[in-house]
Design a binder for this molecule. Sequence first.
Ligand SMILES: Cc1cc2nc3c(=O)[nH]c(=O)nc-3n(C[C@H](O)[C@H](O)[C@H](O)COP(=O)(O)OP(=O)(O)OC[C@H]3O[C@@H](n4cnc5c(N)ncnc54)[C@H](O)[C@@H]3O)c2cc1C
Length: 401
Amino acid sequence: MAKSYDVIIVGAGMVGALSAILLAKSSLRIALIDRHDGEYQLSSPPAYDARVSAISSQSKALLEKANVWQGIGQDRIASYDNMVVWDGLGEGYIDFNAQATAMPELGHLVENAVLNQQLIAQVRRSENIDLYLGDTLESHELSESGVRVELTSGQVLDAQVIVAADGALSKLRTENAFDTIEWDYGHHAIVTTVEIAQPHENTAWQSFGEEGILAFLPLPSVDQKHFVSIVWSVPPKEANSLMALDDSAFCRRLHYAISKRFDILGLTQVRQAIPLRQRHAKQYVKAGLVLIGDAAHTIHPLAGQGANLGFGDVKALVEVLEKAHRRGEGLGVSNVLRRYQRARMLDNIAMAAGMESFKRLFSTQQPLVVQLRNIGMKQFNKGESLKKKLVARAAGLSSFS
Ligand SMILES: Cc1cc2nc3c(=O)[nH]c(=O)nc-3n(C[C@H](O)[C@H](O)[C@H](O)COP(=O)(O)OP(=O)(O)OC[C@H]3O[C@@H](n4cnc5c(N)ncnc54)[C@H](O)[C@@H]3O)c2cc1C
């Protein structure tokens, strides 16, 4: 016999799990399905997980509302008050700081595994959520009046709507023929954790140069030693040769790539190289189905905004579904779901376009362009009100729409 829910969410990653918790708070009955077993092994500091996320104020507020942020140990969160961006090929330089923008901080760094673990713990505490882990969809039927899924475990579930939060390679997106606009960024991101000799000063450091796009993101100090998470985006061939270096040769390259600002003492985590692809679904909704998070869009990590956009989707979707539920409207009705699409698409596209322009602008070493962008950066750095606007946008406190 089929079990009945209001919403079935496929994918219990950051975005799917957060939407489940927030929807369940409005008394909606949720089935949350993930092929993963939900067990996240945390590494011990200073071997911080290689995958971290910069979390904006808006995302933090949502995680607090979901009672998730409160569960993260202070020894696993680093706040950053400043951000310094420079052109490794010139003297162009921009600094952002929280004080000038009247914000307590610019954001926080948290390991993905820590966040996922806390989200799943809160899901388990939520009365209105049934969790189906180590399971996935065998088949599904969609209509405006209701959806039905059969899981590989054999269970059959009914609901009003399916939320696809199944990540960048979303099977629900491809099986339901959502068109996407996508291209390869021609970059792989190398991520790992690094011990540095100098304090990171609660600052996110980012260099754009001939060595690629490199971020040093602050992590909590341990025994007065200093650690950063790095995201180093380079063309695939370059990524392969960097991955092939031994740790000490890699650290020497890193020292030059960060313009020798930091002495690198060593790696405390293994390196991973992640291919980067821009992808954007042309539509986010069909009758009975809605895409959120990476299932709907992926962008370059250079501004650390992918998960934050996903959390923005969660906020909008929860508002739309809660309102429709109160009004007695069907949650899978296209007109209802399109309200979510209208609320999010412009913002997501604007961010994707911004990342593409940045990536292109800084990928060239053409002397005239380098000269012009350095002049541009210096001018921009003097424009406090423009900087404030950009910071508010990155914090999720304002939108393009
Ligand atoms: C190098 C790098 C650095 C980044 N840094 C930042 C940053 O600093 N800040 C930021 O905001 N964003 C950042 N991002 C982006 C961020 O990591 C993603 O946007 C975010 O993890 C997407 O979350 P999600 O829940 O949508 O997808 P995912 O995290 O991919 O979760 C998808 C879930 O669906 C499950 N799943 C998949 N397929 C199925 C299936 N068929 N059946 C059942 N379950 C399924 C998976 O097991 C998984 O649990 C970065 C990305 C990269 C690559």
